[in-house]
Design a protein around this ligand. Structure first.
Ligand code: AMP
Ligand code: MG
Length: 320
């Protein structure tokens, strides 16, 4: 019997009962539990094998509900929420006392967003608490963008996956925090830095070392397939140097044919970085199941969501 179901009322029951449920969002599928239930939150960390120092994002269905778990809401946060919620932007805000340390890893900030998925918004409306929902994958592996990705990871250990179709954006939320009123980028994601700057002006970008202890989504090895992966500027040259290997290639938009390569995945024929980002994880899941010697990815243009794609590809290549 499949645990994939469209039954929102069943998900409500399980969550009210302090259990966990995988939920669809427009970014990736999340593994959700009541932020106030120690039992549910411990189960999330256990199922994912996620270290406790890695805080979770709280998902709510309205700005009022976001305000109910935070101490203050800076003007720039209001502007961002107005512009991007519901949507793929997570904002770090000072938490109030009711928010358990378990979901913030002891920090005094809590990560909050309103996801833009009708099924999960409906679910959140029926609950009296926010949902903590990290991506529904074992820590460090490729995030799930389809219900069956979650099933292959956790089919035996969680009671339900709420079916919501393929994730439209297919890549995690962008995370923005504040330091002395200045906006700081914690994680590149589904909303580009350019879009954010259009709303609030300059965003401070720290280097990875500075930010690593605060945002383990920034850990250098993450989002990784089991197959050895490389990120290269010159695909053809690399292929020639590895003539006897079974290789798959991930490219942005051009040349479907490279001599000697059977599997070439073009992420966007029409050169649309948003489309490319939405397909990236599904393609990685697929190629990882083909028993290849290596997966090769071409460096994407360093603008807009190309920056996010390159960030994920770089981390994915750190698979031993
Ligand atoms: P995931 O839920 O798997 O997308 O990961 C959530 C990301 O949000 C992780 O990289 C966390 O480190 C980050 N995060 C959540 N809460 C905070 C916080 N209070 N401060 C900094 N980063 C946070
Ligand atoms: Mg994750």
């Amino acid at each position: 019997m499949t645990i994939i179901s469209e039954d929102i009322s069943k998900a409500v029951k399980l969550l009210n009962n302090e259990d966990v449920v995988a939920i669809p969002t427009e970014t990736v599928y999340g593994l959700a539990g009541n932020i106030y239930s120690e039992k549910a939150i411990h189960k999330i960390f256990e199922v994912k094998q996620r270290p406790l120092f890695n805080p979770l994002i709280a998902h709510v269905s309205s700005i009022e509900k976001a305000k109910a778990i935070t101490r203050d809401f800076p003007v720039k946060a209001e502007m961002l929420a107005e512009a991007f919620w519901p949507g793929s932007l997570t904002i770090l805000l000072n938490k109030n006392n009711a928010v358990p340390d378990l979901i913030t890893a002891g920090k005094n900030t809590v990560a909050v967003r309103i996801p833009n998925h009708p099924v999960t918004l409906d679910l959140l409306e029926q609950l009296s608490f926010p949902l903590a929902a990290p991506s529904a994958n074992p820590f460090g592996s490729i995030s799930p963008t389809k219900a069956r990705h979650v099933e292959s990871y956790f089919g035996n250990v969680i009671p339900m996956i709420l079916e919501g179709g393929d994730c439209k954006n297919g890549i995690e939320s962008t995370i923005i925090g504040f330091e002395q009123n200045e906006a700081v980028l914690y994680r590149l994601g589904s909303i580009s830095l350019e879009e954010i700057s259009d709303v609030i002006g300059e965003v401070k970008i720290k280097n990875k070392q500075e930010i690593a202890p605060d945002a383990p989504g920034m850990l250098s090895r993450h989002y990784s397939p089991k197959t050895k992966m490389f990120l290269v500027d010159d695909v053809e040259k690399f292929v020639k140097q590895h003539a006897n290997k079974k290789i798959a290639v991930i490219r942005f938009c051009r040349d479907k044919h490279i001599p000697g390569i059977e599997h070439i995945e073009i992420l966007s024929e029409k050169e649309d970085l948003k489309e490319a980002a939405s397909k990236l994880y599904a393609v990685l899941h697929k190629l990882d199941g083909l028993n290849l010697d290596m997966i090769l990815a071409e460096v994407f243009p360093d603008v807009g969501l190309g920056k996010t794609i390159n960030d994920r590809l770089e981390r994915a290549t750190k698979n031993k």
